[in-house]
Design a protein around this ligand. Structure first.
Ligand code: LMR
Length: 282
């Protein structure tokens, strides 16, 4: 975000270490002024005046854990931060990165869940398989952000490549297990952080472009939705001055994708209700 020319002020907030990180990042010679804030008592200062808040807070996974295993810790952290946002910068757009995104977004509606990491992976894996230039590739990813709820729409990928049904099944499975590939390779030292930061920065840039009135900014995001019968769903959204200007439909799906869509619904529905119930209880 320090490199993004649309950022004038960058406020970093965490439970410790932020002054050091802020001093370090502030030496990068780009436009944004950087400040570090520590703890809940400085949250008000950190949030005041923000147009966009990015939440990557919480704990990462260890091998053998699912994203849902993070719910008990991360849901409380997210709820605290969202309450502070509602108080100190209620008109800000909020990008939710903290897992399980399928449940943390419903905890505080009106947010964008960052599904860009799935799009980043889909573009990369598709490029490798189709042997085309990564810069030109686009692949929508819909549903949610966990296991089978991640549904890449390779039938809508551009440029078109002649992949077999078998190739598409292998790519889809790799997408759905992309998180585990990293968790296992890190062998107990966390989950994807660098590719997550890259994806978060791309999505935040799209939000800032939307806020600045740039036309035709479209990204996939997990948002409140009527695209299916589920109250939250990831699909393409058009970003405008007020945030989500329009939630776009699914277009035409292959038989394989239609089956994938029906199979993901029960799991996604349960994760959404877990978040909604948590928000209502506490
Ligand atoms: C990922 O998809 O790799 C991230 O959401 C991190 C994680 O723990 O799954």
């Amino acid at each position: 975000m320090k490199l993004n020319p649309l950022v004038s002020q960058l406020a970093l907030s965490d439970i410790d270490n932020t002054p050091g990180v802020a001093a370090d990042v502030s030496h990068v010679n780009s436009r944004a002024e950087v400040a570090g804030y520590v703890g809940e008592e400085q949250l008000e200062k950190a949030l005041e005046g923000c147009d966009l808040v990015i939440i990557p807070a919480g704990v990462p996974r260890k091998p053998g854990m699912s994203r849902d295993d993070l719910f008990n810790i991360n849901a409380g952290i997210v709820k605290g931060l969202c309450s502070a946002i509602a108080k100190y910068c209620p008109t800000a757009l909020v990008n939710m990165i903290s897992n399980p995104v399928n449940s943390t977004v419903p905890i505080a509606a009106e947010l964008f869940g960052v599904a860009t990491l799935d799009v980043v992976r889909a573009k990369n894996f598709y490029t490798e398989k189709a042997k085309i230039n990564v810069g030109d590739v686009n692949v929508p990813v819909v549903g949610g952000h966990a296991g089978i709820t991640i549904l890449p729409l390779f039938s809508q990928a551009t440029p078109k490549a002649n992949l077999s049904e078998g190739d598409i099944k292998v790519l889809t499975k790799r997408m759905q297990d992309g998180d585990t590939e990293v968790v296992e390779a890190k062998a107990g030292k966390g989950s994807a952080t660098l590719s997550t930061a890259y994806a978060g920065a791309i999505f935040a840039d799209a939000c800032l472009k939307g806020l600045n009135g740039v036309p035709h900014v479209v990204e996939c995001s997990f948002v409140q939705s009527t695209v299916t019968e589920l109250p939250f769903f990831a699909s393409k959204v058009r970003l405008r001055k007020n945030g989500v200007g329009e939630v776009l439909g699914l277009s035409s799906l292959s038989e394989y994708e239609k089956n994938g869509l029906e199979s993901l619904k029960p799991e996604l529905k349960a994760s959404i209700h877990k978040g909604i119930n948590f928000a209502n209880q506490s």
